[in-house]
Design a protein around this ligand. Structure first.
Ligand SMILES: *Cc1c(COP(=O)(O)O)cnc(C)c1O
Length: 418
């Protein structure tokens, strides 16, 4: 397409050719502008307006947008070979798999590459069955593992699940953080227990201390696999490379995606132990992906991992997150009528509003002030903050200022109606 479209024309094409209801929702929530380019913590629309991105693609943009180191590596690889011919080895895949074995906890060693979070979850579910020769899964209420049918079966929100039932059977959903429910649910028929160490879309709920250690013990006792979904929490988001590191727990399978390629290309992967990979013995092509592990995506992954180290992003995330969280808690203290709680670790922070409509109003006021903030998919009462890990103090402060104004405006608006 040669000519530039106006924002109105793009909205119209969405209405006519993409998804009419989505187009309407976007317009109502004030997100009906058209993105044009992005750098670091900022996104610009086609009208030249600048936005501070505090949503960070829900965990994709740990490095911020368009990180120059990753772009340079990808640009170079693009002209050599971008997708694999699928009949030879690729050096980039080999190197990235080795690197992931080095930075992941415990005995995690082998990596399967795909293109998204939900695909990685699907693969992990399949391999867990083969390894254990069992068919039952234990998953958490309110979990989010993606929207393909297998992932949906282990996810929590009824809105997304019910229209597709019956889904994969033999899934036991238990409350997150409840040890006795876990003890009751896991037995000799369970292939795997799936957990997000911090529930992202469920509303930024951090695993209680001791919970994951107990889960490790219970899984070991019954020969079940512990599968950690770190699609959103991985790569420094929570102040450590992986969220499980906060509790020194090593899963049997670790699932990653969003931030692995530094926000430049789609990628997904799951990393497993020797025991888990016995599933591939004698049948190395039992699970495959056409695009997964391409030279281009793996080049992005390798370059991104260099940036995580060079820019010390885990530490930055921990430090900025501690400051940001304390400031959010101060604001919550000033607005107990609007805000119930602030939760999270590192730069995965959530602010739970007392009512869903308050969250909606705060988010919309923020967007008028050109701050991108969003709610969590399974819990619309919770406003989440997941900016780039290298966000400056200045940018955090301008978000806080806009938030403070948005809280005041929201209180004013609902006055007498509370
Ligand atoms: C986003 C997300 C997924 C799904 O990833 P997609 O790439 O959207 O399929 C799975 N698990 C968690 C924890 C996520 O946050």
């Amino acid at each position: 397409m040669s000519e530039e479209l106006t924002a109105r024309e793009v909205a119209r094409l969405y209405k006519d050719y993409v998804n009419p209801d989505l187009a309407r929702t976007m317009r109502i929530t004030g997100l009906g502008v058209v993105e044009d380019h992005a750098q670091g913590c900022y996104v610009w629309d086609t009208e030249g307006q600048k936005y501070l991105d505090m949503a960070g693609g829900y965990g994709v943009f740990c490095l911020g947008h368009s990180h120059p180191h990753v772009i340079a590596a990808v640009e170079k690889q693009l002209h050599k070979m971008s997708l694999s011919a699928k009949v030879f080895f690729t050096a980039q895949q080999a190197k990235l798999a080795k690197k992931l074995a080095e930075i992941t906890p415990g005995d995690l060693k082998y990596t399967f590459f795909c293109n998204s979070g939900t695909e990685a979850v699907e693969g992990a579910l399949k391999i867990a069955r083969l390894t254990t020769e069992r068919i039952t899964y234990v998953a958490m209420q309110n979990a989010f593992h993606g929207k393909s049918t297998g992932s949906l079966a282990v996810s929590g929100r009824p809105n997304y699940r019910t229209p597709f039932e019956p889904l994969m059977p033999e899934v036991r959903h238990i409350p997150f953080g409840d040890v006795s429910a876990l003890e009751e649910a896991v037995d000799e028929t369970v292939a795997a227990v799936l957990v997000e160490p911090i529930q992202g879309e469920g509303g930024i709920h951090v695993a209680p201390d001791g919970y994951l250690q107990k889960m490790r013990e219970i899984c070991d006792k019954h020969g079940a696999l512990l599968v950690a979904d770190e699609v959103q929490t991985g790569f420094g988001r929570t102040g450590k490379m992986f969220a499980v590191n906060h509790w020194d727990v090593a899963p049997d399978i670790l699932i990653v995606a969003k931030a692995l390629s530094g926000g430049i290309l789609p990628i997904g992967a799951f990393i497993g132990t020797q025991r888990v990979w016995s599933a591939f013995k004698g049948r190395p092509t039992i699970h495959t992906s056409t695009f997964g592990g391409s030279p281009l995506a793996c080049t992005a992954g390798l370059a991104a991992l260099e940036v995580y180290e060079q820019e010390n992003l885990c530490q930055k995330s921990a430090e900025s997150g501690a400051y940001f969280k304390a400031e959010l808690q101060k604001l919550a203290g000033e607005y107990p009528d609007l805000i119930a709680e602030v939760r999270g670790l590192g730069l995965l922070l959530g602010m739970e509003a007392v009512k869903e409509e308050y969250a909606g109003s705060i988010i919309s006021e923020m967007s008028h002030r050109h701050i991108i903030a969003v709610y969590t998919l399974n819990q619309p009462k919770v406003i989440r903050f997941e900016p780039a890990l290298n966000i400056s103090r200045e940018d955090i402060d301008s978000c806080l200022k806009a938030l403070s104004e948005s809280l005041a405006k929201t209180r004013e608006m609902f006055k007498g109606r509370m």
